[in-house]
Every structure is written in structure tokens, then in C-alpha cells.
Ligand binder design. Structure first.
Ligand code: URP
Ligand code: ZN
Ligand code: ZN
Length: 469
């Protein structure tokens, strides 16, 4: 039977969340057709075979970043990457799917926010994408609307205990949304910090003249995050709903997740590279440099990082996402020169996640290659309803693949990268290990550092409902 064109990733070692084995990976029409012993003749007779040399390299499932904020109005400005620049940068770093946060404007329907995000992404995204829905107004009408969104593949909703007056919702709204999530098999993602109490601490710090960037962290102690996390877990248990704690930054909050999981609760949590590789020392850099490191929850004292690494190793933390929310130093971060409270919250990271975790995780022996794949691809795919279409290397799965060169050396300067932001939190840092080829549904989008993809080739992915328990 005549076949269409095939692609083969030849001679590499496939790494999934559970296995490491030598295999050629055959692709047809955007999906994985076959895995075969090296140079085994499968009897295929395509009109043309495109060969990609993976000898001496690994073949991994593409990264899934379950937490990005592209083109998001926030903090008096808008995050500097849109879907074109942000997805292109993601591809450069080996991420082939992202789940961005659409936002409901208070007083409007969820639908309006969702439509706005579809319009931002369509024709621009270079890789596949889905949406979570940030719900800022939980009322009978939006609770009803959640069902329609789930049917359209928006199967997770983010709620904020932080940012009073902006994104904040109260406990009653959180509980009601969780009850509805239970009915719909949807997942609530929680920004778990006690924003009401933190606003008091921020006001008091500013009254004492503590305006520099480091006070962003000093006025947001980890106990506020632990309390929020505990409350989110209790409300989820009362509602009988699963819950996912986003951007967990601190050991006391992690303890709460661990306790809940030990009791058998459907509780999940992610951390982000900035909490593993940056710290309060960066926020305290000279002059206004610390503004580059303002994100929420804030960076913590360096000694807290060890607990997060332990959590990743022992599966108390299941995912590393980026919370990519970039703002330029000039013209955006400097809105807060007079007061840390006015610095737009967020850091760039969609391009650097896999480099950092391989170099700082796999190369140092903190995590295995399989665990690397699990926390950056397979676990987010399972938790957010993308698996098994994405998140693994298996026959029939989307051919979202990386040829990963463990010898590739790369410096994480902003000039070497593709995010639309005028700084890198990791300026001057050299890492070893990175993608030589990135494939999105079988098409090469990155080859040896060159972008071969196209804005608009990325497709919206309807995600499945939560089914891990
Ligand atoms: O600083 C952050 N994290 N900015 C993005 C908004 C959020 O809370 O995730
Ligand atoms: Zn958040
Ligand atoms: Zn975020």
C-alpha cells in the first residue's frame, strides 16, 4: 500500500517518564507511527523519508508548560510576550504545548474572556495550546457557564486568594466553584496566599519607608502561602474536588500538600524554576535590579530551595511549570521605582525551563532523566487532560518530540534567547543539555537553534476532564 511521507528520528535513545530504551521513532502525518529497534527494516515504502540524526542523543516528549500568561493585562501594563513571540520562544526551549490563562473580567461572562483569549492566540501560536479560565466572579451565571467551558475543553479554572480588588475571590466563591468542579470533573487551580492579610503587611512596610524590591518578599512571608494552601486543601476536601496549587514557593506550603496527599486527598502542586534557581538574594540586588525578580509568591531565602528539590524527587510536587509572565525592565518593571507594590509581578521563563531543569536537576543527580520527563511533560499532560495524546513517546501519540543533545552548551543571556523581554534572570549562566530538534505534530519547528515553524500552525487543544482518581 502506498504511504505518505515519513519522518524517522534515527539512532537515538527514547526517554519517557518510565522507560529508557534505544529506538528509531517513525512519524507519519503528525503522529508517532512506530518505535523500532535501531535500523530494523519495518517494510515501510514511503514516497519520501526525512531522516533526523538522533545518534548520541535522547528522544523525549515535548515539554508541556501548564502555566503561562501571554498578552495579559496586569499590574498597569501587559505581559510583553504575545502568542507569537511567546510560543516561538517556548519552542526554542523545547516546549511544544502550553496552557495559558484566559481571564474573566469582573462583571462579564466567562465566554467574553475566553473569546478574547482565542482571538489573541489564533493565527499567532506556533505550537499547540490550551486555556485555563481565571474566574474572578463566581456567581450563579458563571457557575452555570463552567459546564459549557468544560465541554469546549477548558477543564481547569484558576482562582485567586491573592490580589484583593483585582483577581481575588472570597472563600464562599472558591467553595462554590469547587463544588461545581466536582460535578463537572474539572480541576481548580489555586493561587494560595492570604492576600487580605498581605495587603496589611504591604501597607505597613510602605509606611515604614520600605519601598525597595526586596520588601516584596519580606512583606509576603511563607506562612501566608502555607495558610492559603491549607485553606484551599480544606475547602477542596469539603467540596470533594481535586485541587492543584500553582507556583508553590515555600516549604511550609509544601508540608500542607504533603499532609493532604498522605491522607489520600486528590491534591497536586507545581513549583517553578525561579523558586529552584533564584532567591531573596536576587531581589536584594543593588539599585533597582531586584525588580527583575519580582513575582508572586515571592522568591524565598536560598536555603528553602532544598525542600522543593526534595519534593520534586519524592513526588510531593508533581509538576514544574514556568508562570511565564514577562515584563521589560525598562518601561514596565520601572513603574515600581518608588514602591515595590507597583512593580508588575512576574518573570520570564517559558524558554529556559528545560535547560535549567536538565542542567540543575539531571546533570547534578537531583532527578533522573525519567523524572525530568515526568515533571515537565507527562504529569502536566495527565493532570490537565492532554494524555496520552501528548506527554509521552508512544505509537498514536502526537509527534511532539525533542531530540535532546546532552552535550549542547548554551548561555542563558537574553541576547541568546527569543522571549520579548530586555533581560534574563539568568544572565551569564551557562547550561549543558538542550534540544537540537523540536517537532510539533511531526513538523520540525526548531533545528539547531533556527526557527522553522510558522505563526498560526499551533492549534487549540480541547483538553479532557480530570480523571486521575
Ligand atoms: O508574579 C506572578 N506570578 N504573576 C502572574 C500572575 C500569577 O499570580 O500567576
Ligand atoms: Zn498566581
Ligand atoms: Zn501565574
Amino acid at each position: 500500500m502506498p504511504m505518505s511521507d515519513l519522518t524517522v528520528l534515527r539512532g537515538g535513545t527514547v526517554v519517557t517518564a518510565v522507560d529508557t530504551f534505544p529506538a528509531d521513532v517513525w512519524l507519519e502525518g503528525g503522529t508517532i507511527l512506530a518505535l523500532a529497534r535501531h535500523d530494523q527494516d519495518l517494510g515501510f515504502s514511503p514516497s519520501r523519508t526525512v531522516e533526523i540524526n538522533a545518534r548520541g542523543k535522547y528522544v523525549l516528549p515535548g515539554g508541556i508548560d501548564a502555566h503561562t500568561h501571554l498578552d495579559m493585562p496586569f499590574g498597569g501594563t501587559t505581559s510583553s510576550d504575545d502568542f507569537e513571540t511567546g510560543t516561538r520562544a517556548a519552542a526554542h526551549g523545547g516546549t511544544t504545548t502550553l496552557v495559558d490563562f484566559a481571564i474573566q473580567t469582573k462583571g462579564q461572562a466567562l465566554r467574553q474572556g475566553l473569546d478574547a483569549w482565542h482571538a489573541k492566540a489564533e493565527g499567532k501560536a506556533a505550537i499547540d495550546y490550551g486555556f485555563h479560565m481565571i474566574t474572578t466572579d463566581v456567581n450563579p451565571s458563571t457557575v452555570a457557564e463552567m459546564g459549557q467551558l468544560v465541554r469546549e475543553g477548558i477543564t481547569s479554572f484558576k482562582l485567586f486568594m491573592a490580589y484583593p480588588g483585582v483577581l481575588y475571590v472570597d472563600d464562599g466563591q472558591i467553595f462554590r466553584a469547587m463544588q461545581r468542579a466536582r460535578e463537572l470533573d474539572a480541576l481548580i487551580c489555586m493561587h494560595a496566599e492570604n492576600g487580605i492579610a498581605l495587603d496589611v503587611l504591604i501597607e505597613q512596610a510602605l509606611a515604614r519607608g520600605e519601598t525597595a524590591p526586596k520588601y516584596h518578599s519580606l512583606s509576603r512571608p511563607q506562612i501566608a502561602e502555607a495558610e492559603g494552601t491549607h485553606r484551599a486543601l480544606c475547602l477542596a476536601e469539603m467540596a470533594g474536588a481535586p485541587v492543584y496549587i500553582v507556583h508553590l514557593s515555600a516549604p511550609r506550603a509544601l508540608e500542607k500538600v504533603l499532609e493532604a496527599r498522605d491522607r489520600g486527598q486528590a491534591a497536586f502542586a507545581e513549583t517553578c524554576p525561579q523558586y529552584l534557581f533564584c532567591s531573596l538574594d536576587d531581589l536584594a540586588r543593588e539599585g533597582f535590579e531586584g525588580a527583575k525578580y519580582v513575582c508572586t509568591p515571592p522568591l524565598r531565602p536560598r536555603e528553602m530551595q532544598a525542600d522543593l528539590w526534595r519534593g520534586l524527587k519524592t513526588n510531593d510536587l508533581q509538576v514544574v511549570s514556568t508562570d511565564h509572565c514577562p515584563f521589560c525592565f525598562k518601561g514596565q518593571k520601572d513603574l515600581g521605582r518608588e514602591s515595590f507594590a507597583k512593580i508588575p509581578n512576574g518573570m520570564p521563563g517559558v524558554e529556559t525551563r528545560l535547560y535549567l531543569l536538565w542542567d540543575g536537576g539531571v546533570n547534578t543527580g537531583r532527578i533522573s532523566m525519567n523524572r525530568f520527563v515526568e515533571i515537565t511533560s507527562t504529569a502536566p499532560a495527565k493532570i490537565f487532560g492532554l494524555y496520552p495524546r501528548k506527554g509521552t513517546v508512544a505509537v498514536g501519540a502526537d509527534a511532539d518530540l525533542l531530540v535532546w543533545d546532552p552535550e549542547k552548551v548554551h548561555t542563558l543571556d537574553h541576547k541568546n534567547m527569543h522571549m520579548r523581554v530586555d533581560y534574563s534572570p539568568y544572565e551569564g549562566k551557562t547550561v549543558k543539555g538542550g534540544p537540537s530538534h523540536v517537532l510539533s505534530r511531526g513538523k520540525v519547528v526548531i533545528e539547531d537553534g533556527a526557527f522553522k515553524g510558522r505563526a498560526g500552525d499551533g492549534r487549540f487543544v480541547r483538553r479532557g476532564t480530570f480523571n486521575l482518581y
